[in-house]
Write a protein that binds this ligand. Structure first.
Ligand code: ADP
Length: 636
């Protein structure tokens, strides 16, 4: 055991350059290396990846990581490759030859980690093929997806048991950022855990103040909040259209802002993300598509313009504030309208069963799949066109498709959004005397100069970059790549962002589509309970917000947080208007006639740091002072 302790510390330093583990990382890793089935519950940003990447290095054979976040697989694999760890991934968006290449690498033991999307496990043939692998460890990322009691159940996760059956001796490491006690139990049961090794960190985040502001004029409240704080911010909204509207409003009001949602092209997304990460853009207004896998430590404010449908989602999103441990805010803007919207969310998430069956039938017709056919096939599914053609309301149609997925009728996925990629098929020496047109030649030369590894594997390319470097329209770049591909000089896979449907059973008559109670009635009731908890948290006026949240996650708070708006109001109520604070307040206000740092205030006043922070917070809330940076303030 102690040998492992030293070994894993060395690996952390050698590959990642970190000198110590974050809370619970070491415990999880040691448990896995001891061969235990292990459940790790770490908050977003808590460093889950290292807890399986280090065991993957230590253990002799392959580590299989099941993760639904297809769009993050590539990033993870790229990051690993960059630090010298061999990894690859397989999901349904790959071409046949990409798939084969990745598969062979795993079979031949050429990689340490394989990321695989859960829907691949639906195919028995694939799982059977995997028997050719030697597997040391199975990792289940976003493990709450296996539980029907959680907020994001995915039926394909149930197939993980099959994987366990194939690799009997390999331990399982299940990871998630949020799980209520009942979901944690369910994860261990569903994955047939041997023993109950569970490691969890407190859900409390002491440096975040949770606040709520009520009222209908959310635009101006938001503006006020952003004007009174400094530093990077995220504003979460539920609708794509609104992201842009709010960002425009902020820009007009003099705040640097941009918008982000899942419907944007990959290049746009990357650019917006980068500008926000580098601090060039201060506020990003986004749907919940923003944030996964993004690691920015100094987010000062997370505002929820709309309420999410569960505390799990809220906790993850709000938790993107203050990862650096400095004071930060998570603010909910709530109005009575939100309550109504959340209730509507419940009915929209569960349209009636007849409607669901109708959507099934229409979808099959749309894809030209006739009854008794389709088994094992993947079809691109143009969701917008589908809704248009059959005049369906997108929200309800999407819910129906998701329920059909849960019921196992087929699998509908919107997540796949692949970037263009290519691999060179011709031999290096043959590239010199090719007879191709000038456009194609220029594109090829640029690609060869810009990217490495093209002869061994598919490499992601950025067509926007190519077209701007060559001053060539993107249509001409695209056509040139297609031409090169037709000539078998390269294999080019154009960018795609179409959702797809995978048939795990052949098309059936609508009346045979079973929508079991566990998927419908029971789930609906759970959603109702989750929504209730979210409302309780957002509209709480009689209890500490953090206490409500911790209890929801099965933790008992030792004391009230002291920094949420309820606690602040409570303090004010309890302490009479004139206290020692009033003197200290006056003197801080006096000092802040010019910008001062927190350290300056502490040193000059000779007071305890916590007390100064508390008063600074009060003054910020009352708009008497404003912050210039997380630790510098001035009179407003
Ligand atoms: P999660 O998946 O839990 O949200 P990640 O695994 O993406 O979190 O890790 C978040 C960030 O923390 C990454 O940038 C990672 O490199 C970093 N990190 C992980 N472990 C440590 C550590 N022990 N010390 C410092 N940084 C770490």
């Amino acid at each position: 055991m102690s040998d492992n302790r030293q070994l894993i510390r060395d690996l952390l330093a050698e590959y990642w350059g970190y000198d110590s583990f974050r809370p619970m990382q070491e415990e999880i890793i040691l448990s896995v290396l001891d061969g235990n089935d292990t459940l790790g519950i770490l908050p977003t940003g808590g460093g889950k990846s290292v807890t399986f990447q280090i065991p993957a290095l230590v253990m002799p054979d392959l580590t299989v990581v099941v993760t639904p976040l297809i769009s993050l697989m590539k990033d993870q694999v790229d990051n690993l490759r960059a630090i010298g760890i061999k990894a690859t991934y397989i999901h349904s968006g790959l071409t046949r030859s990409e798939h084969r290449l990745a598969f062979d690498r795993c079979r031949l033991g050429k990689v340490k980690l394989l990321y695989v999307s859960p829907e691949k496990l639906q195919s028995k043939a694939f799982v059977d093929e995997m028997k050719l692998f030697k597997v040391s460890l199975i990792v289940v990322d976003e493990a709450h997806c296996i539980s029907q009691w959680g907020y994001d159940f995915r039926p394909s996760y149930l197939r993980l048991r099959d994987l366990r059956g194939v690799f009997k001796s390999a331990p399982v490491l299940a990871l998630t950022a949020s799980a209520t006690p009942e979901v944690a139990d369910d994860i261990m049961a569903q994955l047939a855990f041997r023993g109950r090794q569970m490691f969890t960190r407190s859900f409390a985040r002491d440096n975040i103040s949770y606040l709520a502001r009520y009222g209908d004029d959310k635009f101006n409240t938001l503006l006020k909040i952003l004007n009174n704080t400094s530093g990077t911010a995220i504003v979460y909204v539920r609708s794509r259209r609104r992201t842009r509207e709010i960002a425009d409003f902020l820009v007009k009001s003099g705040i640097s802002a941009d918008y982000y949602h899942a419907g944007l092209a990959i290049e746009d997304k990357n650019e917006k993300q980068d500008r926000w990460k580098s601090g060039e853009c201060r506020v990003i207004v986004a749907t919940n598509a923003f944030g996964m896998g993004i690691d920015k430590p100094d987010v000062r404010v997370v505002v929820h313009f709309d309420l999410p449908a569960s505390l799990e989602e809220y906790y993850q999103e709000a938790g993107r504030a203050g990862r650096d441990g400095l004071p930060s805010y998570a603010v909910i803007l709530a109005s009575q309208y939100d309550k109504a919207r959340l209730s509507r969310h419940i009915t929209e998430s569960f349209p009636d069963k007849e409607y669901i069956r109708k959507v099934y039938d229409l979808a099959c017709t749309f894809l030209d799949v006739i009854e008794g056919e389709g088994y094992g096939k993947v079809y691109e599914f143009n969701f917008n066109l589908f809704c248009e053609r059959f005049e369906l309301r997108p929200v309800a149609a999407r819910s129906a498709l998701e329920l059909l997925t849960r019921a196992g009728a087929f699998e509908f996925t919107e997540e796949i959004q692949t970037q263009a990629r290519l691999m060179v098929l011709a031999k290096k020496q043959d590239l010199y005397d090719l007879r191709i047109n000038e456009d194609a030649d220029r594109v090829l030369q640029l690609v060869l100069r810009t990217y490495t590894g093209l002869f061994a594997d598919y490499v992601y390319i950025n067509e926007v970059l190519i077209s701007s470097r060559l001053q060539m329209s993107s249509q001409r770049v695209y056509e040139s790549l297609l031409l090169l591909s037709k000539m078998h000089i390269i294999h080019y896979v154009p960018r795609k962002s179409t959702p797809y449907v995978y048939f795990n059973v052949s098309r059936m008559a609508p009346k045979h589509v079973m929508i079991p109670r566990e998927i419908y009635e029971v789930q609906r009731e759970r959603l109702e309970r989750r929504v209730e908890a979210m409302k309780r948290f957002a509209f709480a006026d009689d209890r500490c917000r953090v206490r409500i949240m911790l209890e929801y996650f099965g933790e008992k708070a030792a004391a009230d947080c002291g920094s949420c708006d309820y606690c602040r109001a409570e303090k004010k109520r309890k302490s009479p208007a004139v206290t020692d604070d009033s003197l200290l307040r006056q003197s801080i206000l006096y000092m802040l006639r010019q910008p001062r740092t927190l350290d300056y205030l502490v040193t000059t006043s000779g007071e305890r740091r916590e007390r100064i922070i508390e008063i600074v917070r009060q003054l910020l809330d009352e708009n008497l002072i404003k912050s210039l940076s997380p630790s510098e303030f001035v009179k407003a």
